[in-house]
Design a protein around this ligand. Sequence first.
Ligand SMILES: [Zn+2]
Length: 411
Amino acid sequence: MPGYDVPSFVNDMFGLVHQTNIFESTPNKITVLKDSQNYQVEMNEIYKFYCEMVGFDPSDLKTKSAPELVPTFPTDAFKKYFPNGEISPLPKMMLTVPEYALKLTLDEQSRFYESSATSGNPSLIGLTQEDFDIVGESYGNVLRALVGEKNLDNLLFFNPELRYIPKSYAVPVQQKYTQMSREYHWVLKPGEKGMDLDINLVVGKMNESEQTHKSILFGPSVPLMYRTFKTLGQRKKWNLKEGFIMCGTGGWDGKKGSIQVDPIKKEDFVKSVSEITGIPISREWDSFGTTETKINFPGHYSEGIKDFVFHTPEAYTDVFVRRPSDNEILGVGKEGVLNIVTPLAFGHAGTGSIVVDDWVKLLSDDGCDECGRKGKTWQYIRRAIKSEKTGCAMVALEKLSEVAKNLVSGD
Ligand SMILES: [Zn+2]
Protein backbone atom coordinates (compact mmCIF):
# COMPACT_ATOMS: atom_id res chain seq x y z
CA MET A 1 0.00 0.00 0.00
CA PRO A 2 1.42 3.40 -0.90
CA GLY A 3 2.05 5.50 2.17
CA TYR A 4 3.91 8.77 2.48
CA ASP A 5 7.49 9.91 2.38
CA VAL A 6 8.89 10.46 5.83
CA PRO A 7 10.70 13.81 5.66
CA SER A 8 14.11 14.07 7.32
CA PHE A 9 12.93 16.44 10.07
CA VAL A 10 10.95 13.54 11.56
CA ASN A 11 14.25 11.94 12.60
CA ASP A 12 15.24 15.25 14.15
CA MET A 13 11.92 15.23 16.08
CA PHE A 14 12.99 11.95 17.66
CA GLY A 15 16.37 13.53 18.41
CA LEU A 16 14.61 16.28 20.38
CA VAL A 17 12.45 13.95 22.49
CA HIS A 18 15.46 11.77 23.27
CA GLN A 19 17.35 14.62 24.99
CA THR A 20 18.57 13.61 28.44
CA ASN A 21 17.43 16.84 30.08
CA ILE A 22 14.00 17.58 28.64
CA PHE A 23 13.69 20.80 30.68
CA GLU A 24 16.61 22.44 28.95
CA SER A 25 16.17 24.18 25.60
CA THR A 26 18.16 22.79 22.66
CA PRO A 27 19.67 24.82 19.79
CA ASN A 28 18.18 22.35 17.33
CA LYS A 29 14.62 23.10 18.44
CA ILE A 30 14.17 26.13 16.18
CA THR A 31 15.69 24.36 13.15
CA VAL A 32 13.23 21.48 13.51
CA LEU A 33 10.39 23.93 14.14
CA LYS A 34 11.21 25.73 10.90
CA ASP A 35 11.41 22.42 8.99
CA SER A 36 8.11 21.17 10.38
CA GLN A 37 6.38 24.49 9.59
CA ASN A 38 7.78 24.45 6.06
CA TYR A 39 6.52 20.93 5.59
CA GLN A 40 3.03 21.78 6.80
CA VAL A 41 2.75 24.81 4.53
CA GLU A 42 3.96 22.75 1.61
CA MET A 43 1.70 19.76 2.25
CA ASN A 44 -1.52 21.42 3.36
CA GLU A 45 -3.48 23.93 1.34
CA ILE A 46 -5.57 25.26 4.22
CA TYR A 47 -2.56 25.76 6.45
CA LYS A 48 -0.73 27.51 3.63
CA PHE A 49 -3.67 29.85 3.18
CA TYR A 50 -3.86 30.43 6.92
CA CYS A 51 -0.18 31.35 7.20
CA GLU A 52 -0.49 33.74 4.25
CA MET A 53 -3.57 35.29 5.82
CA VAL A 54 -1.73 36.09 9.06
CA GLY A 55 1.49 37.03 7.26
CA PHE A 56 3.69 34.18 8.46
CA ASP A 57 6.49 32.69 6.40
CA PRO A 58 8.33 29.73 8.04
CA SER A 59 11.65 31.06 6.72
CA ASP A 60 11.20 34.01 9.16
CA LEU A 61 12.14 31.52 11.87
CA LYS A 62 15.64 31.23 10.46
CA THR A 63 16.38 34.90 10.85
CA LYS A 64 14.46 35.74 14.01
CA SER A 65 14.44 32.29 15.68
CA ALA A 66 11.40 33.20 17.70
CA PRO A 67 8.84 30.44 18.33
CA GLU A 68 6.13 33.00 19.11
CA LEU A 69 6.14 33.91 15.39
CA VAL A 70 4.40 30.64 14.50
CA PRO A 71 0.75 31.63 14.08
CA THR A 72 -1.51 30.39 16.86
CA PHE A 73 -4.06 27.86 15.73
CA PRO A 74 -7.38 27.25 17.51
CA THR A 75 -8.11 23.78 18.97
CA ASP A 76 -11.63 24.24 17.64
CA ALA A 77 -10.27 23.54 14.16
CA PHE A 78 -9.83 19.90 15.24
CA LYS A 79 -13.24 19.47 16.85
CA LYS A 80 -15.61 16.92 15.37
CA TYR A 81 -18.41 19.52 15.14
CA PHE A 82 -18.59 23.21 14.33
CA PRO A 83 -20.17 25.43 17.03
CA ASN A 84 -23.46 25.25 15.09
CA GLY A 85 -23.51 21.45 15.43
CA GLU A 86 -22.56 20.61 11.83
CA ILE A 87 -19.89 17.94 11.29
CA SER A 88 -16.62 19.75 10.56
CA PRO A 89 -14.53 18.66 7.59
CA LEU A 90 -11.50 20.44 9.08
CA PRO A 91 -9.87 17.62 11.11
CA LYS A 92 -9.55 15.54 7.93
CA MET A 93 -8.62 18.50 5.78
CA MET A 94 -5.75 19.50 8.06
CA LEU A 95 -3.80 16.29 7.34
CA THR A 96 -0.40 16.51 5.65
CA VAL A 97 -0.38 12.82 4.65
CA PRO A 98 -3.05 10.74 2.87
CA GLU A 99 -5.75 9.57 5.26
CA TYR A 100 -5.36 5.92 4.22
CA ALA A 101 -1.74 5.99 5.38
CA LEU A 102 -2.57 6.97 8.95
CA LYS A 103 -2.29 4.45 11.75
CA LEU A 104 -5.58 2.69 12.47
CA THR A 105 -7.08 2.89 15.94
CA LEU A 106 -7.12 -0.30 18.05
CA ASP A 107 -10.54 -1.40 16.81
CA GLU A 108 -9.42 -0.73 13.22
CA GLN A 109 -12.64 1.23 12.73
CA SER A 110 -11.09 4.66 12.38
CA ARG A 111 -7.90 6.51 11.58
CA PHE A 112 -8.63 9.29 14.05
CA TYR A 113 -7.79 9.36 17.74
CA GLU A 114 -10.19 11.24 19.98
CA SER A 115 -9.91 13.42 23.05
CA SER A 116 -12.04 12.44 26.03
CA ALA A 117 -14.56 15.24 25.58
CA THR A 118 -16.96 15.71 28.45
CA SER A 119 -18.63 18.30 26.20
CA GLY A 120 -19.48 15.65 23.59
CA ASN A 121 -17.39 17.44 20.98
CA PRO A 122 -14.06 15.59 20.85
CA SER A 123 -10.98 16.64 18.91
CA LEU A 124 -10.06 14.23 16.13
CA ILE A 125 -6.39 13.75 15.37
CA GLY A 126 -4.85 11.43 12.81
CA LEU A 127 -1.51 9.90 13.77
CA THR A 128 1.12 8.47 11.47
CA GLN A 129 3.18 5.66 13.01
CA GLU A 130 5.90 8.25 13.69
CA ASP A 131 3.43 10.61 15.40
CA PHE A 132 2.14 7.70 17.48
CA ASP A 133 5.68 6.88 18.62
CA ILE A 134 6.46 10.53 19.37
CA VAL A 135 3.39 10.78 21.63
CA GLY A 136 4.70 7.75 23.52
CA GLU A 137 8.20 9.22 23.85
CA SER A 138 6.91 12.58 25.07
CA TYR A 139 4.68 11.03 27.75
CA GLY A 140 7.38 8.48 28.58
CA ASN A 141 9.77 11.35 29.29
CA VAL A 142 7.41 12.70 31.93
CA LEU A 143 7.05 9.29 33.56
CA ARG A 144 10.85 8.96 33.61
CA ALA A 145 11.19 12.41 35.18
CA LEU A 146 9.07 11.14 38.08
CA VAL A 147 10.25 7.56 38.58
CA GLY A 148 13.81 7.69 37.21
CA GLU A 149 15.55 5.55 34.62
CA LYS A 150 14.69 2.16 36.12
CA ASN A 151 11.58 0.38 34.86
CA LEU A 152 8.62 0.31 37.23
CA ASP A 153 7.90 -3.01 38.94
CA ASN A 154 4.18 -2.43 38.91
CA LEU A 155 1.71 -0.11 37.28
CA LEU A 156 -1.97 0.19 38.18
CA PHE A 157 -4.09 2.02 35.62
CA PHE A 158 -7.21 3.54 37.14
CA ASN A 159 -9.12 3.42 33.90
CA PRO A 160 -10.61 0.81 31.56
CA GLU A 161 -8.41 -1.43 29.44
CA LEU A 162 -7.43 0.01 26.08
CA ARG A 163 -9.68 -2.33 24.10
CA TYR A 164 -12.66 -0.59 25.72
CA ILE A 165 -11.38 2.83 24.63
CA PRO A 166 -9.80 1.91 21.26
CA LYS A 167 -9.96 5.41 19.71
CA SER A 168 -8.68 7.18 22.81
CA TYR A 169 -5.53 9.26 22.81
CA ALA A 170 -4.64 7.19 25.90
CA VAL A 171 -3.65 4.32 23.58
CA PRO A 172 -0.16 5.53 22.55
CA VAL A 173 0.42 6.87 26.07
CA GLN A 174 -0.50 3.71 27.94
CA GLN A 175 1.28 1.47 25.45
CA LYS A 176 4.47 3.41 26.23
CA TYR A 177 3.82 3.25 29.97
CA THR A 178 3.42 -0.54 29.80
CA GLN A 179 6.75 -0.85 27.97
CA MET A 180 8.35 0.95 30.90
CA SER A 181 6.87 -1.43 33.51
CA ARG A 182 7.57 -5.05 34.40
CA GLU A 183 3.97 -5.69 35.39
CA TYR A 184 0.83 -3.67 34.72
CA HIS A 185 -2.89 -3.95 35.38
CA TRP A 186 -6.05 -2.07 34.56
CA VAL A 187 -8.14 -1.95 37.72
CA LEU A 188 -11.44 -1.29 35.96
CA LYS A 189 -13.14 -4.46 34.77
CA PRO A 190 -16.41 -4.80 32.84
CA GLY A 191 -19.18 -5.66 35.29
CA GLU A 192 -22.95 -6.05 35.12
CA LYS A 193 -23.54 -2.31 35.20
CA GLY A 194 -20.62 -0.79 33.35
CA MET A 195 -17.09 -0.87 34.72
CA ASP A 196 -16.28 -2.21 38.21
CA LEU A 197 -13.15 -1.49 40.17
CA ASP A 198 -11.21 -4.62 41.16
CA ILE A 199 -10.48 -3.63 44.75
CA ASN A 200 -8.81 -6.96 45.61
CA LEU A 201 -6.29 -6.37 42.87
CA VAL A 202 -5.48 -2.88 44.20
CA VAL A 203 -5.09 -4.08 47.82
CA GLY A 204 -3.07 -7.14 46.73
CA LYS A 205 -0.58 -5.05 44.77
CA MET A 206 -0.30 -2.45 47.54
CA ASN A 207 0.45 -5.16 50.11
CA GLU A 208 2.98 -6.76 47.80
CA SER A 209 4.75 -3.47 47.16
CA GLU A 210 4.84 -2.68 50.87
CA GLN A 211 6.36 -6.07 51.78
CA THR A 212 8.87 -6.34 48.93
CA HIS A 213 9.65 -2.61 48.40
CA LYS A 214 8.81 -3.02 44.73
CA SER A 215 8.10 0.24 42.92
CA ILE A 216 4.45 0.88 42.10
CA LEU A 217 2.69 3.69 40.22
CA PHE A 218 -0.98 4.62 40.33
CA GLY A 219 -2.70 6.79 37.75
CA PRO A 220 -4.31 8.62 36.04
CA SER A 221 -7.94 9.11 37.13
CA VAL A 222 -8.11 11.61 40.00
CA PRO A 223 -11.72 10.88 41.10
CA LEU A 224 -11.23 7.10 40.92
CA MET A 225 -7.96 7.10 42.85
CA TYR A 226 -9.28 9.51 45.45
CA ARG A 227 -12.43 7.50 46.09
CA THR A 228 -10.54 4.20 46.22
CA PHE A 229 -7.79 5.37 48.59
CA LYS A 230 -10.29 7.16 50.86
CA THR A 231 -12.35 3.96 51.14
CA LEU A 232 -9.29 1.78 51.78
CA GLY A 233 -7.90 4.28 54.28
CA GLN A 234 -10.83 3.70 56.64
CA ARG A 235 -9.45 0.20 57.34
CA LYS A 236 -5.73 0.36 56.85
CA LYS A 237 -2.72 2.54 56.12
CA TRP A 238 0.22 1.54 53.96
CA ASN A 239 3.86 2.52 53.80
CA LEU A 240 4.66 2.42 50.09
CA LYS A 241 8.25 3.61 50.14
CA GLU A 242 8.61 3.05 46.41
CA GLY A 243 5.20 4.39 45.41
CA PHE A 244 4.32 7.06 42.85
CA ILE A 245 1.15 8.85 41.76
CA MET A 246 0.72 10.27 38.27
CA CYS A 247 -2.58 12.11 37.92
CA GLY A 248 -3.68 13.07 34.49
CA THR A 249 -6.38 14.20 32.11
CA GLY A 250 -8.11 16.48 34.60
CA GLY A 251 -10.87 15.24 36.84
CA TRP A 252 -10.33 17.73 39.69
CA ASP A 253 -13.84 19.02 39.11
CA GLY A 254 -15.03 15.50 40.03
CA LYS A 255 -16.12 14.72 36.49
CA LYS A 256 -14.39 12.10 34.37
CA GLY A 257 -16.23 9.88 31.92
CA SER A 258 -19.16 8.30 33.74
CA ILE A 259 -17.84 9.29 37.16
CA GLN A 260 -19.38 12.25 38.91
CA VAL A 261 -18.28 13.16 42.41
CA ASP A 262 -17.78 16.41 44.31
CA PRO A 263 -14.90 18.62 43.14
CA ILE A 264 -11.62 17.48 44.69
CA LYS A 265 -9.29 19.98 46.36
CA LYS A 266 -5.74 19.31 45.27
CA GLU A 267 -4.40 19.87 48.77
CA ASP A 268 -6.87 17.33 50.20
CA PHE A 269 -5.92 14.84 47.51
CA VAL A 270 -2.14 14.95 47.95
CA LYS A 271 -2.34 15.00 51.75
CA SER A 272 -4.87 12.24 52.27
CA VAL A 273 -3.41 9.99 49.56
CA SER A 274 0.02 10.42 51.13
CA GLU A 275 -1.34 9.67 54.60
CA ILE A 276 -3.12 6.50 53.45
CA THR A 277 -0.52 5.07 51.05
CA GLY A 278 2.67 6.39 52.62
CA ILE A 279 3.74 7.86 49.27
CA PRO A 280 5.57 11.17 49.87
CA ILE A 281 3.76 14.24 48.48
CA SER A 282 6.84 15.00 46.38
CA ARG A 283 6.07 11.82 44.43
CA GLU A 284 2.46 12.70 43.72
CA TRP A 285 2.49 14.43 40.36
CA ASP A 286 -0.16 15.78 38.06
CA SER A 287 0.32 15.90 34.30
CA PHE A 288 -1.21 17.95 31.54
CA GLY A 289 -1.60 17.05 27.90
CA THR A 290 -3.82 17.79 24.95
CA THR A 291 -4.87 15.65 22.00
CA GLU A 292 -3.86 18.35 19.55
CA THR A 293 -0.20 18.42 20.57
CA LYS A 294 2.05 15.54 21.51
CA ILE A 295 3.34 17.34 24.57
CA ASN A 296 2.90 16.13 28.12
CA PHE A 297 3.72 18.52 30.98
CA PRO A 298 4.63 17.25 34.46
CA GLY A 299 3.59 19.10 37.62
CA HIS A 300 4.75 18.62 41.20
CA TYR A 301 2.78 19.85 44.19
CA SER A 302 3.74 23.13 45.82
CA GLU A 303 2.79 23.87 49.41
CA GLY A 304 3.26 27.58 48.60
CA ILE A 305 0.45 27.83 46.05
CA LYS A 306 -1.40 24.69 47.24
CA ASP A 307 -1.45 23.56 43.64
CA PHE A 308 0.70 21.79 41.07
CA VAL A 309 3.54 23.66 39.37
CA PHE A 310 3.67 22.58 35.74
CA HIS A 311 7.03 22.37 34.02
CA THR A 312 7.70 22.84 30.32
CA PRO A 313 9.81 20.26 28.47
CA GLU A 314 11.80 23.03 26.79
CA ALA A 315 13.88 20.57 24.76
CA TYR A 316 10.96 20.41 22.33
CA THR A 317 8.33 22.86 23.62
CA ASP A 318 7.73 26.56 24.16
CA VAL A 319 4.75 27.92 26.02
CA PHE A 320 3.21 31.37 26.03
CA VAL A 321 0.39 32.72 28.11
CA ARG A 322 -1.76 34.93 25.90
CA ARG A 323 -4.57 37.42 26.37
CA PRO A 324 -7.39 35.97 24.25
CA SER A 325 -8.83 39.30 23.09
CA ASP A 326 -5.72 40.39 21.18
CA ASN A 327 -3.36 37.38 21.42
CA GLU A 328 -0.82 39.47 23.36
CA ILE A 329 1.90 37.50 25.19
CA LEU A 330 1.67 38.04 28.95
CA GLY A 331 4.42 38.06 31.57
CA VAL A 332 5.11 36.30 34.87
CA GLY A 333 2.20 36.44 37.31
CA LYS A 334 -0.38 37.07 34.57
CA GLU A 335 -3.27 34.77 33.61
CA GLY A 336 -4.48 33.92 30.12
CA VAL A 337 -4.93 31.07 27.65
CA LEU A 338 -2.14 28.55 27.14
CA ASN A 339 -0.31 28.50 23.79
CA ILE A 340 1.88 25.45 23.12
CA VAL A 341 4.49 25.76 20.34
CA THR A 342 6.36 22.63 19.25
CA PRO A 343 8.32 21.17 16.35
CA LEU A 344 6.74 17.77 17.14
CA ALA A 345 4.10 18.14 14.45
CA PHE A 346 4.02 15.95 11.37
CA GLY A 347 0.79 14.29 10.16
CA HIS A 348 -1.52 17.15 11.08
CA ALA A 349 -0.92 20.75 9.99
CA GLY A 350 -1.73 23.44 12.54
CA THR A 351 -0.64 21.36 15.54
CA GLY A 352 2.66 23.26 15.89
CA SER A 353 1.20 26.26 17.76
CA ILE A 354 -2.06 25.46 19.48
CA VAL A 355 -4.04 27.71 21.78
CA VAL A 356 -5.85 25.41 24.15
CA ASP A 357 -9.11 26.06 25.99
CA ASP A 358 -7.35 26.27 29.32
CA TRP A 359 -6.79 29.25 31.58
CA VAL A 360 -3.35 29.27 33.18
CA LYS A 361 -1.00 31.54 35.13
CA LEU A 362 2.66 31.99 34.23
CA LEU A 363 4.64 31.36 37.43
CA SER A 364 8.21 31.76 36.21
CA ASP A 365 10.10 32.14 32.95
CA ASP A 366 13.52 31.10 34.19
CA GLY A 367 13.09 27.90 36.16
CA CYS A 368 11.57 26.66 39.39
CA ASP A 369 12.95 27.70 42.81
CA GLU A 370 11.36 24.65 44.42
CA CYS A 371 12.94 21.82 42.39
CA GLY A 372 15.62 23.67 40.42
CA ARG A 373 14.46 22.48 37.00
CA LYS A 374 14.99 24.96 34.20
CA GLY A 375 12.39 26.50 31.94
CA LYS A 376 8.99 28.15 32.23
CA THR A 377 6.55 27.03 34.90
CA TRP A 378 2.83 27.65 35.06
CA GLN A 379 -0.26 26.90 37.07
CA TYR A 380 -3.46 25.44 35.68
CA ILE A 381 -6.37 27.61 36.77
CA ARG A 382 -9.45 26.22 34.99
CA ARG A 383 -11.04 25.60 31.61
CA ALA A 384 -11.44 28.84 29.67
CA ILE A 385 -15.01 30.06 29.70
CA LYS A 386 -16.88 30.72 26.48
CA SER A 387 -16.53 34.49 26.53
CA GLU A 388 -12.75 34.06 26.72
CA LYS A 389 -12.83 32.20 23.43
CA THR A 390 -14.41 35.00 21.43
CA GLY A 391 -11.05 36.55 20.55
CA CYS A 392 -8.61 35.71 17.81
CA ALA A 393 -9.22 31.96 17.98
CA MET A 394 -12.87 32.21 16.98
CA VAL A 395 -12.15 34.68 14.18
CA ALA A 396 -9.53 32.25 12.87
CA LEU A 397 -11.99 29.35 13.08
CA GLU A 398 -14.59 31.26 11.06
CA LYS A 399 -12.01 32.02 8.35
CA LEU A 400 -10.87 28.40 8.31
CA SER A 401 -14.37 26.99 7.98
CA GLU A 402 -15.01 29.39 5.11
CA VAL A 403 -11.88 28.18 3.31
CA ALA A 404 -12.79 24.55 3.99
CA LYS A 405 -16.29 25.03 2.57
CA ASN A 406 -14.91 26.68 -0.56
CA LEU A 407 -12.45 23.85 -1.07
CA VAL A 408 -15.22 21.25 -0.68
CA SER A 409 -17.48 23.02 -3.17
CA GLY A 410 -14.54 23.49 -5.55
CA ASP A 411 -14.54 27.32 -5.62
ZN1 LIG B 1 9.65 22.61 40.17
